[in-house]
Write a protein that binds this ligand. Structure first.
Ligand code: NAD
Ligand code: WQD
Length: 340
């Protein structure tokens, strides 16, 4: 494996993964249409890695443009497919937009891969495919029953890839991410939502004085302190799981492999906010509100399979996740928007 095409490489997880790929000696080709990103992280990640990437501003739905990328780049050994829309609430309101972008975009990509003989793929799946799990920590053989259109796109993509790897002898790794947080240690790249849907970016913005308070979505769950518990995973650890997946594909027989990517440890909303207060030294006002529709009490990963088969395990704990998130937030109060 030498040359890796990364869809969605300008996004949050993609940009961190490109740095890790470059650091491991891979050549990186990025395809992104900036639907949910900007060009600035591309400049920064190349500077941090001291190496350049090849970038193509292309929407995955544009088959001719995508085909031209594969023609121009020559041999591509594997694809890491991040590009997707990811906001659960928006997916409930605009399901067709989600199915079109996430499913049709992927199908177009797979057609082009097949045409050019590219048979290795790592796919961004999500713990959301488990819905409300019967038991935690969750193992990969737990039932898949997503509960919203975004989650359905992930579950459908998993099925499509299992069928495709079987029919065409592809090697596929499906990574089910738990809750990615944090940023690169430099504070130069990180998550840049204008209006955050997820807990940690919201808490960051409250600590930075951009928003007034964090609403805690329910404190009457059957958990350690009544607030929701999640398995937060440092984005750099998650990025490294993709490098390990590429290494696995280089050695592995064809077929689909599925791995949970989490630390195995859960933290409650209250614990996250408290740790953020300690790390930032800022007051973070919280207000308890009603439960958010569709939320579950607890979600943690059993990542034993990834430990054993990918040789991957999380190396960062909660402190580092929050320190890096705060460094990114403090250095870039307006995300990438201030960049010249
Ligand atoms: P992100 O929005 O920051 O990155 C996605 C990138 O894909 C963006 O740069 C966007 O512009 C691009 N993109 C979207 N549709 C495209 C299209 N049709 N053509 C070209 N580019 C397109 O999101 P992220 O947090 O980095 O997530 C990456 C992947 O991981 C997604 O598939 C997401 O569903 C999955 N995931 C994310 C989380 C999370 O909490 N962040 C959790 C589980 C899974
Ligand atoms: C975490 C906890 C909330 C915000 C989502 C997607 C999932 C995956 C990751 C893509 C929960 C609580 C949150 C706030 C709060 N994405 N919370 N106040 O819901 O576990 O997962 O992102 O695949 O598919 O569903 O993450 O960060 O939104 O919430 O109290 O303002 O924080 O109730 O307990 P979630 P989250």
């Amino acid at each position: 494996m030498k040359k890796i095409l990364v869809t969605g490489g300008a996004g949050y997880i993609g940009s961190h993964t490109c740095i890790e790929l470059l650091a491991s000696g891979y050549e990186v080709v990025i395809v992104d249409d900036f639907t949910n990103s900007v060009a600035e992280p591309l400049q920064r990640l190349q500077k941090l890695a001291g190496k350049s990437v090849s970038f193509h501003e292309v929407n995955l739905l544009d088959e001719a443009a995508l085909d031209a990328v594969f023609v121009k780049e020559g041999q591509i050994d594997a694809v890491i497919h991040f590009a997707a829309l990811k906001a659960v609430g928006e997916s409930v309101e605009k399901p067709l937009m989600y199915y079109k972008n996430n499913i049709s975009g992927s199908l177009t990509l797979f057609d082009v891969m097949q045409k050019h003989g590219v048979k290795n793929l790592v796919f961004s799946s999500s713990a959301t495919v488990y819905g409300d799990p019967e038991e935690t920590p969750i193992k990969e053989d737990a039932a898949v029953h997503a509960t919203n259109p975004y989650g359905h796109t992930k579950a459908m993509m998993e099925q499509i890839l299992m069928d495709t790897s079987h029919a065409f002898d592809w090697g596929v790794v499906l990574l089910r991410y738990f809750n990615p947080v944090g940023a690169h240690e430099s504070g130069e790249i990180g998550e840049d939502p204008e209006y955050p849907n997820n807990l940690l970016p919201f808490v960051s913005q409250v600590a930075a004085g951009i928003r007034e308070h964090v609403t805690i979505f329910g404190d009457d769950y059957d958990t350690v302190d009544g607030t929701g518990v999640r398995d937060y995973i440092h984005v750099v650890d998650l990025a490294r799981a993709h490098v390990k997946s590429i290494e696995k594909l280089a050695k592995h027989d064809k077929g689909t492999l599925i791995y949970n990517i989490g630390t195995g440890t859960g933290y409650s909303v209250q614990q996250m906010v408290e740790t953020f207060r300690q790390v930032s030294g800022k007051e973070i006002k919280t207000v308890v509100g009603p439960r958010r529709p569709g939320d579950i009490a607890e979600c943690t990963a059993d990542a034993t399979l990834a430990n054993n088969e990918l040789g991957w395990s999380a190396s960062y704990g909660l402190q580092e996740m929050i320190e890096s998130a705060w460094k990114w937030q403090s250095q870039n109060p307006n995300g990438y928007r201030d960049a010249k």
